[in-house]
Design a protein around this ligand. Structure first.
Ligand SMILES: [Zn+2]
Length: 498
């Protein structure tokens, strides 16, 4: 009897036994998504079952629910510099349940013996549920009524702050933000077709992000993922929002840097958004296929990163060096638009009329992000200490800052806001001030300012955030709109070399 008991102990402590722990969705026979309580119990149970996994609470939601990070490592997380660090996060939008379910399935999958080879080369964090408050009531926004996926620049919400704090700690080379898209809208129904892709994948496209990263994503990873998913009977296509044709153009993801994909992309990370197909009318509709599709896309990224670890690590390290070293004097795009390059897009669709899958050739297709306005990157910015909400923002973004210590080779520039016009930004009208730049007329009092250098990892983000004419800048947010006043000087100063 004693012998049998100890044998049982040995078996239950073997790696791989975790595959017997079901996700809440599986336990519920795919009838309803995991609740926050079920998710909490599951991730802790899973962590107890394997040495590869630790669960950490990285923060709390607006309403005080825990945000969990599932840290997978075969050694001490983040310590082995030869490994590639990957961050996957899901369900920023609480009514997009399949990302969370896919992440929970993936956690289980990764502990199976046949998948553990990944951790020879990868340290992985999965944050399965960014928005537990929204999830509990199947609602897009968080507990403060904020859209978390528009909050990665201003970082006013506890959920995005927690995620960026986690990122800053480990500087993940690869990230993926997992969402759902809704193809069943009325405009498309009227058009007669709808999007018909299990998993859309969106690479970075802001013009200020390294071209190397975009090239590797578009030319190497996307074809890899398409095949990887097809082998597992899922369809995959580059994320192509907009339309329907005839009413609106089709483009790729936003060039804004306030989302989960591009806020890490602007730090020259190998970053993506994944958009799984939403359910038709209820959040449990087809949830098994949707969750498995989301899992398979994430798993495909892990496989690619495993196979291309050295290439990605070297590329990201070099492109980040560009940001931290010789940046002043380089060109930064602060206004852009989506334009055509003459190509047409063969979009996978489903016909409402014939109830069959088909391909629709989109003529008004604008895949290129073109810069409309470039500026020269300064050495840094002088921010008046009395602009407390801007200096607080500097702290939330964990930007490097120093006290003011200018030399005789530095020159201070100030913008005057002449008139405030508007410009189209992906269908919205936003502020477009006319500005003139001039030398600051007098000495500044060092004690009144903080200095934020542009040569840092977040340097391009800093410039895009602080330039008054930037269509992605702080001034486009209500909270910071007061910084722009027609006929007055812009209070944040630029430091350039003479
Ligand atoms: Zn979403």
């Amino acid at each position: 009897m004693k012998k049998i008991f100890s044998l049982f102990l040995i078996i239950s402590s073997l790696p791989g036994i975790a595959q017997n722990i079901q996700t809440p969705l599986q336990k519920n026979s795919y009838s309803k998504p995991s609740s926050y309580e079920e998710l909490s119990a599951y991730v802790h149970q899973l962590a107890l079952s394997s040495k590869l996994l630790n669960v950490e609470t990285i923060g709390q939601s607006a309403k005080g629910r825990n945000l969990y990070a599932l840290k997978f490592s075969s050694s001490e997380f983040g310590k082995d510099k030869s490994k590639i660090k990957i961050l996957l996060f899901a369900q920023q939008h609480g009514n997009e349940q399949s990302g969370k379910e896919g992440a929970l399935l993936l956690a289980q999958e990764l502990l199976k013996p046949e998948n553990q080879y990944l951790f020879d080369r990868i340290d992985l964090v999965i944050v399965p549920q960014m928005n537990p408050d929204g999830s509990e009531i199947n609602k897009r926004l968080n507990g403060n009524e904020a859209d978390l996926n528009r909050n990665h620049l201003t970082l006013t919400e506890p959920e995005t702050v927690a995620l960026h704090h986690l990122f800053d700690k480990y500087l993940f080379e690869v990230t993926m933000d997992v969402h759902e898209y809704f193809p069943f809208g009325d405009a498309w129904k009227k058009f007669g077709y709808r999007d018909n892709t299990d998993e859309f994948i969106g690479p970075v496209n802001n013009p200020n992000i390294s071209e190397n990263i975009k090239d590797l994503a578009n030319q190497s990873f996307l074809p890899f993922l398409k095949k990887y998913m097809a082998d597992k009977h899922f369809t995959n296509f580059i994320y192509s929002p907009g339309g329907p044709p005839g009413i609106n153009y089709i483009r790729h993801s936003t060039f804004d840097i306030n989302d989960g994909r591009q806020s890490f992309g602007i730090l020259n990370s190998f970053s993506f958004i994944q958009e799984g197909i939403n359910g038709k009318d209820s959040f449990a509709d087809n949830i098994r296929h949707r969750a498995e599709g989301q899992m398979t896309g994430m798993r495909g990224l892990l496989e690619y990163a495993y196979l291309n670890k050295e290439k990605i690590k070297t590329m990201v390290a070099n492109d980040r060096k560009e940001l931290t070293q010789n940046t002043p004097g380089s060109i930064i795009s602060i206004q852009c638009e989506h334009v055509s390059n003459g190509e047409k897009l063969d979009l996978p669709v489903h016909s409402y009329y014939s109830d069959t899958d088909s391909i629709y050739t989109v003529v008004d297709y604008r895949p290129v992000v073109k810069s409309l306005t470039d500026i020269i990157k300064p050495e840094g910015y002088l921010i008046p200490k009395k602009l407390k909400d801007v200096t607080d923002w500097v702290d939330r973004q964990a930007l490097k800052k120093t006290s003011v210590n200018l030399t005789s080779s530095d020159r201070i520039e100030q913008y005057k806001i002449e008139v405030i016009d508007s410009i189209d930004f992906e269908g919205d009208n936003i502020v477009n001030p006319s500005v003139i730049s001039k030398d600051y007329p007098s000495q500044i009092s060092s004690a009144d300012y903080i200095y934020v250098p542009a040569a840092q990892l977040k340097g391009n983000m800093l410039v895009i955030a602080l330039e008054p004419k930037s269509m992605l800048g702080l001034v486009t947010y209500k909270q910071f709109a007061y910084l722009l006043k027609a006929g007055e000087e812009y209070p944040i100063l630029r430091v350039v070399k003479k």
